[in-house]
Design a protein around this ligand. Sequence first.
Ligand code: 2AM
Length: 183
Amino acid sequence: MRLFAALLPPPEALDELAGALAPHRDDWPELRWLARDNWHLTLSFFGEVPDRALPDLSVRLARAASRHPPVTLSFTGAGAFPSARRGRVLWYGLSGPVARLTKLAASLAAGARRAGATQVDEKPFRPHLSVARARAEVDVRPLVSALAAFEGMRWDAPDVHLVRSHLGARVRYETVESWPLGG
Ligand code: 2AM
C-alpha cells in the first residue's frame, strides 16, 4: 500500500489557513484546491510498501517517534514548488523547531528503509502543507505575496501518523496508525 508519515494539525490551525485562502480562491481558476479534510504535513513519503513489511514498519516508526520530542509549530507565509513563478504546488510554510522536525523526518525515513520500503522519498525535507496543485505551471507570485504576512497560531504536534493514500478520481487519506512523540 501507498504510505507516508505525517503530522495532522488541529482543526483550529487549519481553519486559519482556510480563512486566509478564502478571499483568493476564486481568482485562481488554474489551481485545483485540495480538500481540507486531506490537509496534512508530510514528514516522509514511503511510496508503495509491501504488506509483509508492515509489522516491522510499525515497530520501527513507533521507535523513531519515541526518540523525538513533541514539537510546537505555526504556519507562516506561503510558497510554491518548484518556484512561485512556475508554481505546480502551492503551500503554506512552517516556523518553529524545523531542525528537530528534519531529524524526525530522517529517522522515520531510515526506519522505513530498514523495514523494507524501497521507494522512500530521498528529496531533502522541506516542511510545508500543500493546499493547491496545478496541471501546468502557474505564476503564483501575486498569491504568494498576498499570503506572505500570514502568521498562524501555535499548535502542538504530539503524534506521528502513518497515513495510507488511496489514489483515484478523489484521493483519500486514511490514518492507519499513530504513535506519540517522546524523547
Ligand atoms: P506534496 O503535498 O508536497 O505533494 C501524499 O502524497 C503526501 O506525500 C503529499 O503531501 C506529498 O507532498 C508527499 N510526497 C512527498 N514525496 C512524494 C512523492 N514522491 N510522491 C507523492 N507524494 C509525495
